[in-house]
Design a binder for this molecule. Structure first.
Ligand code: FAS
Ligand code: PHB
Length: 389
């Protein structure tokens, strides 16, 4: 088999890149180790930056998103029983879009199938060969058969636990990591959202987030211990704890119901450099992870895809390698700013086990300054809606 771009991973990164390239006549094959339903069963991100929305439009997959998504002009930040709104549109002229990653991925799968895009599910033993040569190839097994794809380039879109990053020799790559001493316990419930915008709450019992997917599907998170097991948390325990962490007015209005999904996610900041080795390019979670506090995970995958898509287009259409040669430098420049913002939001809003009373006073000073200072709110707004590509 031969293709122009072999894409490892059928999550949002891999699917979006495949869709964008296919629309320009560039051939791809996506290798996904799970099934479509398994991938769609993962409940993850919910907030899209304008840059992501524009890419979905460019990929021709924005019809349902335009119909069903919410547009949010701002978010609420709460601490103790205080709360204030940071208005993104007022500060930046740009809102954010609320549309679940599950729906983004579903739309991309539907579009890929409508265009007869080549996606191989349930692949195993994926290996990338000769990435540092002019003739890379990928081998994998599926349905008991061994397969080989010769290609011009390989896009590693296989997430944090994939094979792509591991293909780059340790002598070449440098990794940066910070693991946070807590996780997020998330619940999805078929209940109306407690507020018309998100509520990020710093309480003396820990962080909480009230989010949503649509008018009758809500997503809630509370900070939890890394030693917690999701089985330890009944729905009632979750709702009781959430109510103790959000402002009283919201707690009184909160509509609870049975969880249709409940999971604990660890929090880490992670970046690998470079994001290119020879003809292998890393995109999305394969190259970087952020704590979800700043809603940047999916959105940083999008800017990677933007840079790689335009670089590959420049190469295949003009024979000019400038775009792919600068891919890693351009992607990392934006990634590190998103890492900083996500790290800052996480430190602002969570309670750390080793925090002293002085540390908590510093958090409070940060929060009250943010509440009272327009320029501080403008900086948060610019980062939340997404810095320019
Ligand atoms: P993904 O991990 O989504 O996709 C990688 C794909 O590659 C997967 O389908 C996997 O099955 C496949 N794969 C892996 N190894 C392979 C192999 N060897 N061969 C073939 N295929 C392989 N971001 C936010 O903005 N907000 C959030 O609230 C949020 N919550 C999250 C919760 C959790 C539990 C996790 C893990 C992440 C969360 N994220 C969140 C981040 C998340 O949304 C990612 O940024 C997003 O999924 C990135 O997309 P991809 O880069 O496509 O990686
Ligand atoms: C979500 O809706 O899942 C969500 C929203 C904002 C975040 C993290 C997660 O910062």
């Amino acid at each position: 088999m031969r293709t122009q771009v072999a894409i490892i991973g059928g999550g949002p990164s891999g699917l979006l890149l495949s869709q964008l390239l296919h629309r320009k006549g560039i051939d791809t094959i996506v290798l996904e180790r799970k099934t479509r339903d398994y991938v769609l069963g993962r409940i993850r991100a919910g907030i899209l930056e304008t840059g992501f929305v524009d890419l979905m439009r460019e990929a021709g997959v924005s019809e349902r998103m335009d119909k069903e998504s919410f547009v949010h002009d701002g978010t609420v930040i709460a601490f103790g029983n205080e709360q204030f709104q940071v208005n993104f549109t007022e500060h930046t002229g740009t809102p954010v879009v609320v549309y679940g990653q599950t729906e983004v991925t579903r739309d991309l799968y539907d579009a890929r199938e409508a265009m007869d895009g080549k996606i191989v599910f349930n692949v195993e033993n994926v290996e990338i060969h000769d990435a540092d040569s002019d003739a890379p190839y990928v081998t994998y097994s599926v349905d008991g058969r061994e397969e080989r794809i010769d290609c011009d380039f390989v896009a590693g879109c296989d997430g944090f636990h994939g094979v792509s990053r591991q293909t780059i020799p340790l002598s070449v790559r440098k990794e940066y990591e910070k693991v946070y001493p807590f996780g997020w316990l998330g619940v999805l419930s078929e209940t109306p959202p407690v507020h018309d915008e998100l509520i990020y709450a710093n309480s003396d019992r820990g962080f909480a987030l009230c989010s949503m997917r649509n008018a009758n599907l809500s997503r809630y998170y509370i900070q939890c211990s890394l030693s917690d097991d999701v089985e330890d948390w009944t729905d009632q325990m979750f709702w009781n704890e959430l109510k103790r962490r959000i402002p009283e007015e919201a707690a009184e209005k909160l509509v609870t119901g049975p969880s249709i999904e409940k999971s604990i996610a660890p929090l880490r900041s992670f970046v690998t450099e470079p994001m290119r080795w020879g003809r292998l390019f890393l995109c999305g979670d394969a190259a970087h992870i952020v704590p979800p506090t700043g809603a940047k995970g999916l959105n940083t995958a999008a800017s990677d895809i933007h840079y790689l898509y335009h670089g590959l287009l420049q190469y295949f259409e003009e024979g000019d390698s400038e775009g792919i040669d600068r891919y890693s430098e351009k992607a990392l420049a934006r990634i590190w700013k998103a890492e900083r913002f996500s790290w800052w939001m996480t430190n602002l809003l969570h309670r750390f086990p080793d925090q002293t009373e002085f540390d908590i006073k510093m958090q409070l000073a940060d929060l009250t300054f943010l509440r009272d200072n327009r320029e501080a709110q403008s900086v948060l707004a610019q980062n939340y809606v997404g810095l320019p590509y």
